[in-house]
Design a binder for this molecule. Structure first.
Ligand SMILES: Cc1cc2nc3c(=O)[nH]c(=O)nc-3n(C[C@H](O)[C@H](O)[C@H](O)COP(=O)(O)O)c2cc1C
Length: 321
């Protein structure tokens, strides 16, 4: 028979898996409040990015990714998580309430993605020059559909070039804004801090100063444009609407796609600039044709293994209810 201690340990293990999710600038904008078998996922808006993400859209997508991990970890331990999105109209910080109950019958199938939670990385280097097969692409599209989102691969040269040009335009707009550069620099941190984008401790002050002071939009834009055009797979993840609920849907779908991709030997990274820059989002929308673009991603086979990016401790993200 399980003891109370076992149950608490199990809950912490689910949260440990949840926080391995990706988040913009590795802000990890989540908190988990635990009360018996209920885990509340809360937005931690002290970790918002007001310049890069003024509406907390990416913050919410990131929390959706953590929610997907939590669901997968629960299913893999033989539980059937019951998820109530936005359960409290009075408290917008509560993004989801998850009740962990033993599965009657077989637990949800997504539990078989568990081992890929630790293996997934944001892979920013060049990929191997190897195509992603149509069957694999089809399975990723289906994974997004299962979560209520749409993954739209950009297959034609026109679509790719159109999106890639917007990425370069997005880089130019972001780097031209000193507030955006200051915000990025503030999240470039030594690895031991447990959050943010890791930079070596010794060079961190110099790297941050360069990012703060110099507009490198031209060089970054040309590189990103080339990266977008030549990625083995370029795809937009979109949703029907653009509400907080849609952003949570996008996050869960994103994480499911990323983990399935990882199971197929793929890794991904992001070229979200034309979604983050408000004026460019409708232009990307017209390239894609329908829905609201939430994530522009590139996927491919990595050349080498890359180290995991740090996370905050369980103590920092967990509260007793
Ligand atoms: C909603 C969202 C938006 C992101 N946007 C970008 C981005 O625009 N550029 C980028 O390089 N990485 C982006 N990332 C990736 C994060 O920087 C990355 O997840 C974080 O540094 C943690 O690293 P990991 O994914 O390897 O665990 C994004 C991640 C999420 C979930």
């Amino acid at each position: 028979m399980k003891t109370v201690g076992d149950a608490h340990g199990r809950t912490l293990e689910l949260i440990r898996q949840a926080i391995l999710a990706p988040s913009s600038h590795n802000t990890q904008p989540w908190l988990f409040r635990v009360c018996d078998a209920v885990i509340e996922l809360r937005a931690d808006r002290r970790r918002a990015l007001p310049v890069n993400d003024p509406d907390d859209r990416e913050l919410t997508v990131s929390c959706g990714c953590a929610l997907m991990n939590l669901r997968i970890a629960a299913a893999a331990s033989g539980f059937s998580p019951h998820v109530h999105l936005l359960p409290d109209a009075e408290d917008p910080e509560v993004l989801a309430r998850v009740t962990i109950t033993p599965a009657c019958g077989s637990p949800p199938p997504e539990g078989d993605l568990l081992e890929f939670i630790e293996k997934r990385r944001t892979y920013r280097k060049s990929f191997l020059p190897r195509k992603v097969g149509a069957a694999t692409v089809g399975s990723l599209v289906e994974a997004a559909r299962c979560e209520g989102a749409v993954l739209r691969p950009l297959l034609s040269v026109e679509e790719r070039q159109g999106a890639a040009r917007l990425v370069a335009e997005g880089d130019a707009a972001q780097w031209a804004d000193p507030r955006w550069r200051r915000e990025l620099a503030a999240w470039m941190r030594p690895r031991r801090r447990g959050d943010g984008l890791p930079v070596p401790t010794l060079t961190a002050p110099v790297v941050r100063a360069v990012v703060r002071l110099f507009n490198m939009g031209g060089g970054v834009g040309s590189k990103d444009q080339r990266v977008a055009e030549t990625s083995p797979l370029l795809a937009v993840l979109g949703t029907e609407g653009d509400t907080v609920r849609d952003w949570l849907t996008a996050g869960q779908a994103l994480q499911r796609v990323l983990l399935l991709a990882c199971r197929n030997g793929l890794q991904a990274s992001y070229l979200n600039q034309p979604i983050q820059v408000a004026a460019l989002r409708p232009k990307l929308q017209s390239v894609v044709g329908e829905g609201f673009p939430q994530i522009l991603m590139r996927l491919g086979y990595p050349v080498e293994a890359s180290p995991a990016v740090p996370r905050r401790s369980l103590e920092e993200v967990t509260q007793k209810g």
